[in-house]
Design a protein around this ligand. Structure first.
Ligand code: DGT
Ligand code: CA
Ligand code: CA
Ligand code: ZN
Length: 571
């Protein structure tokens, strides 16, 4: 199906419309349609055939025409016209934090800048400051943005790597030569970004597997094609390695290629002390070269005197000592999660109704869901006068479905630490998440004070996405996370592990510090659509990388325990 391509075309159109300075509502409509179409389960071609494009929310006449044309000839007249004025290449510049469409247009109009290198050059040589509206601070921000962009170049967010891995595994797993297949490397450790994919197969006859692999439709370029290892470049400049090993070595190869490198080195040093060597082929006695393990990962760890260590812990952060003295945590699993704590509906910027979100939670097997729509000041926030209606709808839906729905809010924290919602409304709500969505460029002391003040408000239960970062797009704002953890402990506030795959905030390291301090963490998906509830697996992954057990996580509680905790917080 062509849904992804169509969505990409709509995104491209929206970007170019914004650069060209067209009506911002038009661009926003294209962007919304792109999002809706990429979430569709049905192939868009089918809808075109059945003349049902208009049934997709947000697809009006001109978008429908573009889609039909795109499916016929691979581009649209609109795109061709737009790119005559501003080349498509300019879109890369939008990836730099602090560079918006208007800036991109000006950079091109005045200096013919089309690439990030040219932009950096112009910023460093002082040419930029001569442009209208370009102060020194703005230029400094652009240079910082470029630096950040370079750091992330080539590493892609976990959820995208996971989709690619799942697709490849699906295409290869049914070949009769494949005995086992495992995506290893940083992906198996659920690291937030992935540099490249390392896939392993256990086989006695690798040639047909390698043949199929290098000929997959998404392959852009074959970098290597051999019997034990092949490497390819995928569409989005993402490298995938496939290694074939004998079934007798599959365990040791899985261990080795899962890493991390630091974990492997620590493990090898421990083995050496015990007169053993470990490599991707097995565990061997140094004295006589005898192989004592390798078929399974368990056997590898056991041979070195350890119990099996979950991949998420393999970062050399104390897991080897813990495995030695029997103190590995009993990590939370997705089955431990009993409800959703953070979701949005059409009442603010979500795409579904309260009922649709609740039904999705029921389908997940949950015991409850919290609806936490935005407050003003953002345009799409629920106004104070609308809250009574929203609360009534939540109560009625809950009764109708016989399913607990908590009435909540994600309330904005103002720059001074006060909340953008009247206290009488907050008091009527079951659950209050407070988050920063604006004025993120404060200095570290002011930002810390701002959030601490919100945490002192007894009506606040959870601090949402506590550092505000967007992976590969926006760095975290400056804030003293240890001060937030101290305050959370003192006042019994929870910090969120926001499971939205572009956020993952708190990240693993901060969440581990929070866990060690003994504070409670809430895993919230920040769902804006029913399907987003499935993001929970990313939040659980972060929690696991943070060594969390079920009791560290708020939403592993039963509904009545959760209510107790929420009420207790307000005393
Ligand atoms: P990435 O790809 O940057 O997201 O991170 P990884 O962890 O997937 O790293 P990668 O792809 O370079 O290598 C895959 C695994 O292979 C790595 O996690 C551990 C193992 N490995 C790679 N190089 C070494 C090494 O020099 N020594 C040891 N002991 N293991 C290594
Ligand atoms: Ca890798
Ligand atoms: Ca690799
Ligand atoms: Zn938020």
């Amino acid at each position: 199906m062509k849904n992804a391509e169509v969505a990409a075309m709509l995104e491209e159109t929206a970007d170019l419309m914004e650069i060209a300075g067209e009506n911002p509502f038009k661009a926003r409509a294209y962007r919304k349609a792109a999002e809706t179409i990429s979430a569709l389960r049905e192939p868009i071609e089918e809808l075109v055939k059945k003349k049902q494009l208009h049934t997709i929310e947000g697809v009006g006449e001109s978008i429908a025409r573009d889609i039909a044309e795109f499916l016929q000839r691979g581009t649209t007249t609109r795109l061709e016209q737009l790119s005559k004025k501003y080349p498509t290449q300019l879109r890369t510049l939008l990836e730099i934090q602090g560079v918006g469409p208007r800036t991109v247009a000006m950079l091109y109009d005045k200096l013919k800048i089309t690439t990030i290198d040219q932009l950096e050059e112009a910023a460093k040589s002082g040419k930029l400051t001569k442009l209208p509206g370009m102060g020194e601070q703005k230029v400094k921000n652009i240079l910082e943005g470029i630096q950040l962009w370079r750091q992330h170049q080539g590493r892609i967010p976990l959820y995208i790597a996971l989709e690619i891995a799942e697709r490849i595994v699906n295409e290869l797993k049914d070949l009769e030569e494949v005995e086992q297949i495992l995506p290893a490397g940083s992906l198996r450790r659920w690291k937030e970004t992935v540099g490249d994919l390392d896939i392993l197969v256990a086989t006695r006859k690798s040639q047909p597997i390698m043949e199929k692999f290098v000929n997959l439709p998404e392959v852009q370029k074959v970098l290597a094609h051999g019997p034990t290892k092949s490497s390819v470049m995928m569409d989005n400049n993402f490298q995938v390695d496939l290694r074939a090993v004998e079934p007798e070595s599959f365990g040791s190869a899985s261990q080795y290629f899962t890493g991390s490198k630091a974990h492997n080195i620590a493990l090898r040093n421990l083995a050496l002390k015990r007169g053993l060597t470990v490599n991707e082929y097995g565990v061997f006695r140094e004295a006589n070269g005898e192989k004592i393990a390798g078929e399974t990962e368990e056997s590898v760890y056991e041979a070195i005197g350890l119990i099996w260590i979950p991949p998420e812990l393999r970062e050399d952060r104390g897991e080897i000592e813990a495995a030695m003295n029997g103190s590995l945590p009993k990590l939370i699993t997705i089955e431990d999660v009993r409800g959703e704590t953070h979701s949005h509906t059409k009442w603010s910027d979500g795409f579904a109704s309260v009922e649709e979100m609740a039904k999705a939670a029921m389908k997940m097997g949950y015991e409850y869901i919290a609806i936490t729509d935005h407050s003003p000041p953002m345009g799409w926030g629920v106004k104070p006068e609308d809250f009574p209606k929203l609360i009534r709808e939540i109560r009625m839906t809950s009764e109708k479905l016989s399913f607990p729905i908590l009435a909540g809010i994600e309330v904005d924290i103002a720059p001074d630490g006060s909340l953008y919602m009247d206290e009488d409304i907050l008091k009527q709500l079951d659950i209050v998440i407070a988050s920063v969505h604006s004025a993120m460029k404060m200095d570290i002391d002011s930002m810390t004070r701002r959030i601490l003040r919100a945490m002192e408000n007894p009506l606040v239960h959870i601090i949402g996405h506590p550092t505000g970062r967007i992976i590969n797009q926006r760095p975290p704002y400056e804030v003293r996370i240890d001060a937030l953890i101290d305050k959370a402990q003192e006042n019994g506030v929870a910090l969120e592990i926001n499971a939205s795959p572009e956020r993952l905030d708190l990240n693993d390291e901060n969440a581990k510090a929070a866990k060690e301090a003994g504070i409670i963490l809430s895993i919230g998906t920040d769902s804006h659509r029913p399907e987003h509830l499935a993001f929970i697996r990313f939040g659980v992954a972060i929690a696991r990388r943070a060594w969390c057990e079920p009791q560290n996580i708020l939403n592993t509680r039963s509904y009545s325990n959760l209510l107790d905790w929420l009420k207790h917080r307000r005393i």
